[in-house]
Design a protein around this ligand. Structure first.
Ligand code: SF4
Ligand code: SF4
Length: 349
């Protein structure tokens, strides 16, 4: 049994990730309040099966009144605790991850968050991708949701093979393809049938050109039995990169809606796509940001799933480049590489 209290990020790690794994496989409960703890802990045997994480002195004091428990860890012992937790609870759950099947795109939106409108044409390398998928299995006990995206993933002629690989390694995972819905590939009949068979759904981003073709897109997908979800209409984009590189990382992180959008490409992972994409893709943005320290090299033999989880749930040095508390909105429009400017991503430029 794990008692988790206080600190929001710790709760997020333990309550959203570990809880499912522990409940389903080890019959272990997570309690939300220390009062619940006293209700459930009736016997010494109960106590011996408990690990407790105590963020505050008040909690320590309260627990003292309850009795002695062996596995008590304070928040300052967190790294040590996570090491013990691996023995105690197995591997962590990864709630969410995004991976590219294609860096480039057929739509080329101004200020694309994944730089796809200025990225060179490049598909994911199958062997590297397979290596990454296998490594995720080593690091995590389960992945709740995987979104395969880009760029436009349907541009990748081997999309079905990538989808088969991901499904074969993640049988109970919610797997989605994120697409603008404007192109289903030269082999669309085979690809869409396979996605339906594999129970992989489509998340369709409703940009203006997509909205215009919504009925045709739905008809195609219905014909092949593919489950799909259109997003709200997207008429505006936002930009929030900070040209002064001086934001308080905690403020940026706090206001950021992308901080749980874990991203992995070519063995490099981060809490959001920014550090990986801006350092890997050969665009005019490359080298402008010092983001390397936020990249987690998942094939490093010394790293484990708990360390990865810890890094994924805390502010990044890269957050200083983001003004997420004051983003600027602009009307959606296409913009090819040749016309793109830093001002498409940077506020106040
Ligand atoms: S549709 Fe637009 S926002 Fe989406 S990946 Fe392509 S260029 Fe980027
Ligand atoms: S670097 Fe930080 S603030 Fe910027 S997008 Fe990533 S998590 Fe959000």
């Amino acid at each position: 049994m794990i008692y988790v209290s206080g600190n929001e990020s710790v709760q997020r790690v333990f309550c959203s990730s570990i809880k499912d794994y522990l409940n389903s496989e080890n019959s272990v409960m997570v309690l939300d309040k220390i009062e619940d703890f006293t209700e459930v802990m009736k016997t010494e045997e109960d106590m011996s099966r408990v690990a407790v994480l105590l963020p505050t002195a008040d909690d320590v004091e309260m627990l003292d009144k309850i009795g002695t428990i062996e596995n008590i860890y304070s928040i300052s012992d967190i790294e040590d605790f996570l090491g013990h937790m691996e023995l105690f609870a197995g591997k962590p759950v990864l709630p969410y991850i995004e991976m590219h099947l294609s860096d480039h795109c057929n739509l080329n939106c101004k200020g694309c968050g994944h730089l796809s409108n200025i990225a060179p044409e490049k598909f994911a390398d199958y062997d590297q991708f397979a290596k990454d998928i296998h490594k995720l299995k080593e690091l995590f006990s389960h992945i709740k949701k995987i979104r395969l995206m880009g760029g436009e993933p349907f541009l990748n002629p081997s999309l079905a093979e990538f989808a088969e690989l991901v499904r074969s390694e993640n049988r109970d995972t919610d797997i989605r393809i994120v697409t603008n819905g404007l192109y289903f590939g030269s082999n669309s009949e085979y690809t869409l049938k396979r996605l339906a068979d594999l129970n992989i759904q489509l998340d369709i981003s409703s940009y203006p050109p997509t909205v215009k073709r919504k009925e045709q897109i739905a008809a195609i997908l219905n014909r092949f039995g593919v489950i799909y979800h259109f997003s709200e209409n997207i008429n505006k984009f936002l930009k929030f990169r900070n040209p002064d590189f001086n934001k308080d990382i905690h403020v940026s992180y706090e206001h950021c809606h992308m901080k749980m959008c874990t991203f992995l490409r070519d063995g490099e992972m981060a809490a959001c796509s920014f550090p990986v994409i801006y350092s890997q893709l050969d665009t005019f943005m490359r080298g402008r940001f010092a983001v390397d320290s936020d990249i987690i090299h998942i094939h490093n033999p010394d790293i484990n799933g708990w360390e990865v989880t810890w890094k994924l749930t805390h502010p990044l040095n890269s957050c200083r480049y983001c003004r997420t508390d004051r983003p600027e909105f602009y009307v959606w429009e296409p913009r090819q590489k040749s016309g793109a400017l830093c001002a498409d991503w940077f506020v106040g430029e």
